[in-house]
Design a protein around this ligand. Structure first.
Ligand code: DLL
Length: 436
């Protein structure tokens, strides 16, 4: 079901016209209301009146996470605090969180784009949605919650954690759609198996999974284990939260709700715009936000854009699933490695479980990459010879994809910590080791 047919199936020319008029407005708004944007634009000699066509966006300076930190907590808000009705924050790996604020109108916009997202993922007014994203400062819980209510579906605000209870509610309340991180969805499937609950016998049919990177191979694994259609949903707090883009039933890229969020892809080294189809860093300008608008925000997420129409009828530009982040990329002995590449290999290997961690260490002058991956119960209780063969197979397969030799350590079943929120896949020990 398409939630907002008018907005989601708009003709290209009409959408471009709308985007341009909104872009002009938001640039003027930011210039007038936020000192930071005015100073940055003045510094490069750009005035709001210079925005005459969509590509004029390239004249504007970028905004980064560092700018948000420098203006912590409320320095980039465009309205006085009395007009802010909600605050969210995302915790970074170090230091202070990134803080974002919403006006009443922003909450309406967010609910709308989340209603579109949930409809993309299979929800209707008759759907029971089990919302296992964390409620709180994280945008996942309340984002899904408001979207579900907007759509008129029934939402179970169970939040994250207490997996046996999740399963009990799923069974008793007959949830059709599960919303969680992909790693938590896998964990739910695992606990169901332990408890002898056959997920195939439950009404659950759909999953709206996101907030962390996951590969297409992992999707297949989740679809098989949970017996759902698993859709990828994407977003970030700085832009609005979840609701920036979503896969539909076609599962060929995520529709960006580009009447509200204008995407660009840039080369992260030269900052030059890249054409459709080319991988680069995703950049967003919010076209309609009041409380916390952003101009050309660099997400660090890597993807490409596809403007071709989708079989579902939606005409929004699509992004491919995120393949990694510019700050996720490991450089191992000169080779660029994304955790998602390793995940794609592991998930396809028989005997290996989709639970893994990547440890990076400095040994002498060289970076060493160790892949720790769980083996299934059956193999674990089998002969050592078989385990050795599996280890060799993983080393060879990873080598054929990445071109480097990694160390593989097989871990006993359940030996890798399960995550309820965003999974930590990479542990980089190099900083603690004092390596540059
Ligand atoms: O993770 C918002 C969200 C909640 C999205 C629930 C989807 C579902 P932040 O905590 O600000 O917001 O983290 C944003 O998470 O820049 C990406 O690096 C990553 N991310 C989010 N969704 C996906 C996805 C929420 N589907 C950061 N695939 C983003 C890959 C994702 N990475």
């Amino acid at each position: 079901m398409i939630y907002d047919k008018k907005a989601e199936t708009m003709k290209d020319s009409a959408r471009k016209k709308l985007q341009l008029s909104r872009l002009k407005d938001i640039v003027s708004y930011c210039y007038d209301k936020v000192d930071f944007y005015r100073k940055k634009m003045d510094a490069v000699g750009v005035k709001p009146s210079h925005i005459k066509k969509l590509t004029d966006i390239e004249k504007l300076p970028f905004t980064t996470k560092i700018d948000l930190r420098d203006n912590y907590p409320f320095g980039l808000f465009a309205v006085p605090m009395r007009d802010i009705v909600r605050i969210h924050a995302s915790s970074g790996t170090t230091g202070k969180p990134t803080v974002v604020g919403y006006t009443k109108h922003d909450i309406v916009t967010w609910s709308e784009v989340m209603a579109r997202t949930l409809a993309c993922c299979g929800a209707t007014q008759d759907t029971v949605i089990q919302n296992a994203y964390g409620y709180g400062l994280f945008t996942g819980g309340l984002g899904v919650h408001y979207g579900a209510e907007r759509l008129g579906a029934t939402v179970i605000p169970v939040s994250v954690g207490n997996t046996p209870r999740q399963l009990m509610l799923m069974e008793d309340f007959k949830a059709d759609l599960l919303c969680s991180t992909p790693s938590y969805a896998l964990h739910i499937a695992e606990v169901a198996k332990e408890k002898g609950i056959d997920l195939k016998k439950l009404p659950l049919k759909f999953g709206a999974f996101g907030a962390e990177p996951w590969s297409n191979e992992m999707r297949k694994e989740i679809e098989a284990r949970l017996n759902v259609r698993a859709n990828d949903i994407f977003g970030l707090s700085e832009v609005i939260g979840p609701g920036v883009s979503s896969e539909c039933e076609v599962q060929k890229g995520l529709h960006i709700f580009d009447d509200h969020f204008l995407p660009e892809i840039i080369d992260p080294n030269t900052f030059k715009p890249l054409p459709y189809g080319k991988d680069g860093e995703l950049v967003f300008t919010t076209l309609t936000k009041e409380g916390f608008p952003v101009l050309r925000y660099r997400t660090k997420d890597i993807t490409s854009l596809d403007p071709t129409p989708c079989a579902c009828g939606r005409t929004h530009v699509r992004m491919q699933r995120i393949s990694g982040r510019t700050d996720d990329m490991l450089i191992i002995r000169g080779v660029n490695v994304f955790p998602s590449q390793i995940e794609s290999v592991l998930v396809q290997i028989e005997g290996a479980e989709p639970h893994y961690q990547i440890i990076v260490r400095r040994e002498g002058a060289l970076d060493e990459l160790e892949v720790q991956v769980e083996v299934n119960e059956k193999l674990f209780s089998d002969e050592v010879r078989k385990l050795e063969a599996l280890e060799k197979k993983i080393v060879t397969e990873i080598e054929s994809v990445l071109g480097i030799t990694v160390r593989v350590k097989l871990i006993e079943p359940k030996g890798i910590k399960r995550s309820e929120g965003k999974a930590q896949r990479v542990i980089d020990m190099r900083k603690e080791q004092g390596a540059k």
